[in-house]
Design a binder for this molecule. Structure first.
Ligand code: UTP
Length: 241
């Protein structure tokens, strides 16, 4: 599917980088991982393509949200903590990317439209309460009419049930309806959104955004997907009726 895009002149991709990929179990920042992502992103855009990278909140977002909730914060206040921490995580990648990155973490979709141009990388964290950074990535992909949305997470793809359950099977292709079904009943409180929240699913579905969910522990997977290799799970869209 994406191999064909490579033959186009200028490709636009959105990468969602799960915050969990940037921290170890003790909460230390994995600077080598940030550097490795800067390298693969750079090799994607150096041919004149452009990329929006939306970075998630990860462990620090969950820690701050849990503490704030215990201290009496509202869900919206907790969400704002996650939004800001995701933006701080995006600053780390911005630092590693150097001058190919738009120098400011973009905070609105309006700003995104003016920031994106061939050969550059635009970074985002959170946008607005009530959603996750997966929704930000889907909205960014819709806004820039991205050729692909690549979702780097810490699992190999979409499973037919909780991947921790015995017998769970990874799906190579999944429709938006199947994805909604599989993820129904997952959390909707600050810090608890799972792979795809309802906003992300709706936006990917309505704009038929070609999407791949893959294991981001190996940053090279990003380049494999762009070359058309079969990695992770693809969200497929039914042909128009
Ligand atoms: P995420 O849950 O999206 O971070 O954002 P994450 O680390 O990427 O998640 P994984 O690791 O991929 O699963 C952290 C929190 O920030 C708030 C939400 O509370 C979210 O749980 N947030 C983020 C918003 O409220 N709005 C946004 O637009 C983005």
């Amino acid at each position: 599917m994406f191999g064909d895009c490579l033959r186009g002149l200028h490709m636009r991709a959105v990468l969602k980088l799960g915050g969990s990929l940037l921290y170890d179990d003790t909460g230390q920042i994995l600077t080598d991982r940030v550097r490795a992502y800067a390298k693969v992103v750079n090799s994607f855009v150096e041919d004149g393509h452009s990329m929006v990278v939306v970075v998630g909140g990860g462990k620090p977002a969950r820690l701050f949200i849990a503490a704030a909730r215990e201290l009496g914060a509202s869900e919206a206040q907790c969400d704002w903590l996650g939004i800001k921490i995701a933006r701080n995580n995006a600053e780390l990648l911005c630092a590693a990317l150097g001058n190919i990155a738009y120098p400011k973490i973009v905070e609105t979709l309006d700003e995104l439209e003016t920031a994106i141009c061939p050969g550059n990388v635009v970074l985002m964290g959170g946008l607005t309460p009530g959603q996750s950074t997966n929704a930000v990535a889907a909205l960014a992909a819709e806004t820039v009419q991205a050729d692909m949305l690549l979702n780097a997470t810490n699992v190999d793809g979409i499973y037919d049930r909780d991947p921790k359950e015995t017998g769970a099977k990874k799906l190579d292709n999944v429709t938006v309806d199947e994805l909604s079904q599989i993820l129904s009943g997952t959390g909707t409180r600050a810090g608890e959104y799972k792979l795809f929240d309802p906003v992300a699913i709706r936006v990917v579905g309505r704009s038929r955004i070609p999407t791949v969910i893959f294991n981001g522990n190996d940053p090279e997977n990003l380049l494999r997907i762009v070359k058309g290799e079969n990695v992770g799970s693809r969200i497929v869209h039914e042909p128009d009726k």
